[in-house]
Design a protein around this ligand. Sequence first.
Ligand SMILES: *[C@@H]1O[C@H](CO)[C@@H](O)[C@H](O)[C@H]1NC(C)=O
Ligand SMILES: *[C@@H]1O[C@H](CO)[C@@H](O)[C@H](O)[C@H]1NC(C)=O
Ligand SMILES: *[C@@H]1O[C@H](CO)[C@@H](O)[C@H](O)[C@H]1NC(C)=O
Ligand SMILES: *[C@@H]1O[C@H](CO)[C@@H](O)[C@H](O)[C@H]1NC(C)=O
Ligand SMILES: *[C@@H]1O[C@H](CO)[C@@H](O)[C@H](O)[C@H]1NC(C)=O
Ligand SMILES: *[C@@H]1O[C@H](CO)[C@@H](O)[C@H](O)[C@H]1NC(C)=O
Length: 440
Amino acid sequence: MEAFPKLDPRSFLLLCACALPALALSFPFSPLDNYLLNCGSSVDAVVDNRAFLGDAPGSGGSRVLASTRTISLNDASPALGTPQIYHTARAFARPSKYVFEVRDRGTHMVRLHFHRFDSSRVELGDVRFHVLVDGYVVLSNFSGESASRPVIKEYLIWVDAEKLLVDGGKLVNFNGLNRQALEVSYRVSVGGPKVTPFNDSLWRTWVPDDAYLKSTYGSERVLFGGRIKYQEGGASREVGPDNMYNSARVIKSTNATVPNINMTWVFPVTGDYKYLVRLHFCDIASISLELLYFNVYVNGFLVSKDFDLSRVANEVLAAPFYADFIVEGDNSGILSVSIGPSNYSFAHAIDGILNGVEIMKLNNSMGSLDGEVCGGFILKSWPRGNMGVVVPLVAVICLLLSISVVMRWRTTGVSQTVAWTKLPTDMTELSLKQARQQFR
Ligand SMILES: *[C@@H]1O[C@H](CO)[C@@H](O)[C@H](O)[C@H]1NC(C)=O
Ligand SMILES: *[C@@H]1O[C@H](CO)[C@@H](O)[C@H](O)[C@H]1NC(C)=O
Ligand SMILES: *[C@@H]1O[C@H](CO)[C@@H](O)[C@H](O)[C@H]1NC(C)=O
Ligand SMILES: *[C@@H]1O[C@H](CO)[C@@H](O)[C@H](O)[C@H]1NC(C)=O
Ligand SMILES: *[C@@H]1O[C@H](CO)[C@@H](O)[C@H](O)[C@H]1NC(C)=O
Ligand SMILES: *[C@@H]1O[C@H](CO)[C@@H](O)[C@H](O)[C@H]1NC(C)=O
């Protein structure tokens, strides 16, 4: 799990004492706040060049575990090939906390890894628990999901960003992201192979778009072997890696007519939440500047008409650009993104492109990403004492410059690793301004 908490100066002072040294990374991007924990273990584990510190007493990561009476679990027969971090887990018999000192203001990323396995120490029944991060409910009545495969949940706490809101087809400025938690629902590299954490400076996974593309009819994939030209003010590598930007799907005109088709991707979503849709563009397909114009639709609304990628990318080909939109999840249960030729599109040219999509769920008015119960209520309703009573409940992670993880005993089998990095907040003013102009 990765989290981006907002820094509270008071907490900052308090928590300084439990800071872990920033890890030396082999990547040029090294976040000031970076915590990686190998939960339930007394040894460190290295995954993709990152050292996950054991959190057992005496280990490098033990200082952040602020609770006692937790249980270390060991998978006696881990599946071959599963990373070492999934071979151990920490189970919690009562609300428990991890507390991380955060030195850098801004949005942070919290990534939680869960993996159920059989353990002789704890019976893994119908375990349910809640997880809070920085006061936000991120998981409620969670079971750890699939027994066979590790589950990774990723959250961002976004601070001080101004966004565009798609509201009934109209675009309005949206300033409501100042105190937000977001859950990454989808992270897709369009037209290319899966991008693994090894090839992403923030260790993200970008899955191929095939499962979400409505129809392959009328579009084609493009792979680019050249250099992605990151621009000052545009997207950075922390916004999206080369391997995502160097593939795309395009609409191409091969004769004297501009094709009258859309490329459409659909994503299952839960209604009752707002979603941030981040679209990544990089013109790796046109032979020259100012030949590519297209329309962008989100949930059927035209959110960008005659989009001119050359202009927003500072008149440079292969320069990445991204745009954010906020949409209401509706009762249809899907969120759709379409790209289609515009009235300005040229024949014998590329007439639509998309390189990547990210869809993030915004917390609801209860401050929750998973249900209609607020964090305060969960904390209050946690039964005190008498842990012998079986209550189908609770795990909490609070992130207020600190993370607390509260999990119920028998929750077990839940392996959890915590990683902290600074957010890809390179949604720079410039690119936002450009986006705003573009979409006005
Ligand atoms: C968890 O599930 C129980 C029983 O289904 C329900 O009463 C409770 O409200 C749920 N809690 C949360 C926080 O969703
Ligand atoms: C990283 O990307 C390169 C191509 O850019 C690819 O050949 C390699 O297999 C990737 N590595 C992993 C671990 O995904
Ligand atoms: C152009 O190509 C498309 C598909 O390749 C075809 O459907 C269309 O009829 C062609 N138009 C002309 C004018 O040849
Ligand atoms: C493309 O999608 C938009 C939004 O759903 C729709 O209005 C438009 O008619 C579509 N165009 C084509 C050619 O299907
Ligand atoms: C394209 O031009 C036609 C005719 O001028 C107009 O009716 C239509 O609304 C335009 N479509 C878009 C998406 O701008
Ligand atoms: C998310 O939670 C914060 C604080 O709990 C709240 O101020 C904000 O309005 C919530 N967001 C939405 C979209 O309801």
